[in-house]
Design a protein around this ligand. Structure first.
Ligand SMILES: [Zn+2]
Length: 156
């Protein structure tokens, strides 16, 4: 491997960090490439969760199934990053990292896009956007329904 991460002043783009490969996690990333956000649900107690794991975090049952999210969520918490902790993110500052809760139950850490941090509100509705990052399909959320884009300011 000759690829070397550059610092913030580097001229070459830095490789986007790749998801860790694991038997349990790979289907999550594979489904994102097909435009679907999947999660696991326990067949014993009904709990649904992310990220992928072999046993239910509620009752430790290994009896679960994958389900597909409809891609709607609400905002639980967020923080605005002004420091890049990986060089691949240096030119994105500031960016917003959030915890969102899918309507189906699982909570996940994600990025919020197409929004300003000062306009965010607890519990606000969010919609899934799957973006391509150098071949990795990454789930992010925005405050507009699909297709609404940035045109919501027209009424101001
Ligand atoms: Zn369970």
């Amino acid at each position: 491997m000759s690829a070397t991460p550059m610092d913030a002043a580097g001229a070459e783009p830095v490789a986007f960090p790749q998801p860790e490969s694991s038997d349990i996690g790979t289907p999550f990333w594979a489904s994102l490439k097909q435009g679907k956000l999947s999660f696991q649900r326990c067949q014993s107690c009904g709990k649904a969760w992310l990220p992928a794991r072999h046993q239910c975090p509620g009752c430790l049952s290994p009896n679960w199934q994958r389900e597909e999210s409809k891609g709607q969520a609400r905002l639980i918490s967020w923080v605005v990053y002004h420091v890049a902790y990986h060089p691949a993110f240096a030119n994105r500052l500031p960016y917003t990292v959030a915890v969102v809760e899918l309507d189906e139950g699982p909570r996940m850490i994600t990025n919020l896009i197409h929004t300003e941090a000062h306009s965010l509100q607890l519990d606000q509705r969010l919609w899934l956007v799957i973006e391509d990052e150098q071949g990795v399909a990454v789930p992010r959320f925005e405050p507009h329904p699909p297709g609404a884009g940035m045109t919501a300011k027209a009424q101001a």
